[in-house]
Design a protein around this ligand. Structure first.
Ligand SMILES: *[C@@H]1O[C@H](CO)[C@@H](O)[C@H](O)[C@H]1NC(C)=O
Ligand SMILES: *[C@@H]1O[C@H](CO)[C@@H](O)[C@H](O)[C@H]1NC(C)=O
Ligand SMILES: *[C@@H]1O[C@H](CO)[C@@H](O)[C@H](O)[C@H]1NC(C)=O
Ligand SMILES: *[C@@H]1O[C@H](CO)[C@@H](O)[C@H](O)[C@H]1NC(C)=O
Length: 589
């Protein structure tokens, strides 16, 4: 009797605690435990039922058909056509010919048995000048409408990004692109058109990057801050448009997606290093996430940019400010947070010498370091550090009140020039990173979906075709652009089917099978490149061989629990992706 009472009391106390914690979570951000980095061993277990698995791509990187069917030029078309901007002067003019291969690519998605596909809409394909009042391109609208319908017919939820860096060239040339505040209205018109045309069935995301990419302007520090300022306001406006006009009937979600690396203090017991690491995260993720989740730029950004601006003799900070009304308008404008994540840095304090021309890259007074023992299968910037992902996800939980998270981009590239279908390093990368998401879920982080980046090898911005992120290999020299599965296709399929990592024996088995399959496929590919050569001369179209190879693969029964028939809407800003990793990197051992 007494014991029962005691237990009941304890349960009651626990419940009060839970309520209290929930209340606190709304108002006060917890402190992130900087000193508690415990990577631990591999964790066997499965994801909650309903977890969403997908792959992603983006318009400019895959579609090709850059000037077909009434599409207007984007800043990336113009940028890549200038010589010397991209490795080997390559362009996305035809890329993967995705514009003509929607049916083929949907077959690949079906093979993977993904729940969702993240694609982006090319703004100038549906509005050639970027301005709704000037011109609409019906053929472009039709193209995306058909793509979305085909995905849905195949039970794949389309997640549509409204902007993945391909701004209409006219807006850049005439008005200065994101430097100009009137982009807010132009983009809002475009977003509303997308909601109107596709929103009853699909969803939206958008991205922007300030850096060394198109339009290729050296805007300096003010430029980046100003563009970001306009993008944040644009995001908020589009969210409100959706909330006020479309949500009631469409019931979608509009979020923001941010790409950020993780910054780990070199010495977590040093306050200076912890502060530096926090600055790293705040200058990357917090720059956009803080206004949206907490109503303003991070304090540390305001302090540092303000201080540097004063040293330069400027009357006001180079970081713009939000008015009180704007803060209220912006705060809370995200139904979920999309996260793109690729790699990690160690961070420490570094005072930059006083510069007359200060910039985003020197404002935060820190140096980035990497451990050369980290695997780096592909390009120099992309080290595989899975535990950094769990840290980042936990940071988001503590800073932004445990928001709903979808991982929108995560993957690794290879820089090899000869086809390499046995991509064991990608298998290790995906296995490690997805496992850290599982650990983060156990930490209480609210992650609901994962998107592997990317479905296909594709045009990799200023790296051209020299970096390959695809689960599927593409022979770009063949004008048919055939797709071949790498070993990671087989492996990722297994993770999806099992909804995680059931046990060691099975997971090791997946690995062995994937490697067997890829070496078989590889032989086909080697034989095929000869055929490819003849094909180009004789113009005979041969069926591509990937179907054959996939058919040999055993497909375990799919877990249908994860299927969702409600698509969600998101608005994505892809912030500082590759370019931020190019500078200030030092090696430690
Ligand atoms: C790219 O174009 C520039 C200018 O025409 C030329 O000098 C350079 O050799 C080209 N690079 C390659 C790899 O073709
Ligand atoms: C888009 O697809 C939907 C569903 O099939 C259809 O009702 C609508 O008319 C299509 N719109 C365009 C512009 O093709
Ligand atoms: C900004 O765009 C508007 C058109 O919307 C244009 O009239 C104005 O000149 C542009 N401002 C700058 C600084 O380019
Ligand atoms: C979103 O829309 C709903 C329904 O129209 C409204 O009650 C709510 O206040 C809106 N939210 C914001 C933050 O404006």
């Amino acid at each position: 009797m007494e014991l029962e009472q005691l237990l009941r009391m304890r349960r009651h106390i626990l419940r009060c605690w839970a309520v209290l914690v929930a209340l606190l979570g709304l108002s006060v951000a917890e402190d992130f435990p900087w000193t508690k980095n415990n990577p631990g061993s591999f964790y066997y277990g499965t994801f909650p039922a309903g977890f969403l698995w997908g792959v992603g791509s983006s318009a400019y990187q895959t579609e090709g058909a850059w000037d077909k069917d009434g599409k207007g030029p984007s800043i990336w078309d113009v940028f890549t056509h200038r010589k010397g901007k991209v490795v080997r002067n390559e362009t996305g003019d035809s890329a993967c010919d995705g514009y003509y291969k929607v049916k083929d690519d949907i077959q690949l998605l079906k093979e993977l048995k993904v729940n969702h596909y993240l694609l982006s809409i090319s703004w100038p394909r549906i509005m050639p000048t970027g301005i709704k009042a000037e011109q609409l391109n019906e053929k472009g609208i039709q193209f995306y409408n058909d793509t979305i319908n085909s995905l849905l017919e195949n039970n794949i939820t389309p997640i549509v990004s409204l902007y993945h860096w391909d701004l209409p060239q006219v807006l850049q040339e005439k008005y200065g692109g994101w430097q100009n505040i009137s982009m807010i209205n132009y983009f809002n018109d475009y977003a509303n058109l997308c909601f109107e045309k596709f929103g009853d069935r699909a969803v939206a995301e958008k991205g922007y990057e300030t850096g060394e990419h198109a339009p290729g302007l050296k805007l300096g520090s003010c430029g980046a801050y100003k563009a970001a300022h306009h993008i944040i306001k644009t995001h908020a406006k589009v969210w409100h448009s959706y909330n006020n006009t479309w949500r009631r009937e469409q019931r979608g979600m509009v979020g923001i997606s941010l790409t950020s690396g993780w910054g780990e203090p070199v010495d977590p017991h040093s306050q200076t290093d912890r502060d530096a690491a926090e600055r790293y995260i705040q200058f990357h993720l917090g720059w956009f996430a803080n206004p949206i989740y907490r109503g303003d730029y991070p304090e540390v950004m305001k302090n540092y940019v303000g201080k540097k601006s004063a040293q330069q003799g400027l009357g006001t900070s180079r970081l713009p400010t939000f008015s009180v009304q704007e803060k209220t308008y912006i705060k809370g404008t995200s139904d979920f947070l999309g996260i793109g994540h690729f790699t990690t840095r160690y961070v420490l304090q570094k005072n930059f010498p006083f510069l007359q021309v200060s910039s985003y890259h020197t404002d935060h007074d820190l140096a980035e370091l990497v451990d050369p023992n980290w695997p780096a299968p592909g390009p120099k910037w992309l080290y595989s550090v899975p535990w950094g992902f769990r840290r980042l996800l936990n940071f988001i939980k503590t800073q932004y009140g445990n928001p709903l998270i979808y991982v929108t981009e995560n993957g690794v590239s290879e820089t090899l020039q000869c086809p390499q279908l046995c991509d064991e390093w990608r298998i290790q990368y995906l296995k490690g990173y997805i496992n850290e998401i599982l650990k983060a879920l156990n930490d209480g982080v609210n992650v609901k979906g994962y998107t592997a980046w990317s479905l296909l090898d594709k045009f990799e911005w200023n790296k051209g075709f020299s970096e390959r992120f695809g689960l599927y290999h593409i022979d770009f020299k063949n004008k048919n652009k055939p797709r071949y599965p790498k070993a990671s296709v087989d492996y990722y399929k297994k993770i999806i089917s099992a909804n995680g990592f059931p046990n060691q024996r099975e997971v090791e088995n997946w690995h062995r099978k994937a490697m067997d399959t890829c070496s078989a496929t590889h032989q086909h590919l080697a034989a095929d490149s000869l055929i490819t050569h003849m094909e180009m001369v004789t113009e005979i179209v041969l069926p591509t061989i990937f179907t054959l190879c996939i058919l040999i693969i055993l497909v375990p029964k799919q877990n249908l629990a994860g299927r969702s028939n409600c698509s969600f809407c998101s608005l994505t800003i892809t912030n500082i992706k590759h370019s931020s990793f190019n500078s200030n990197i030092t090696h430690i051992h």
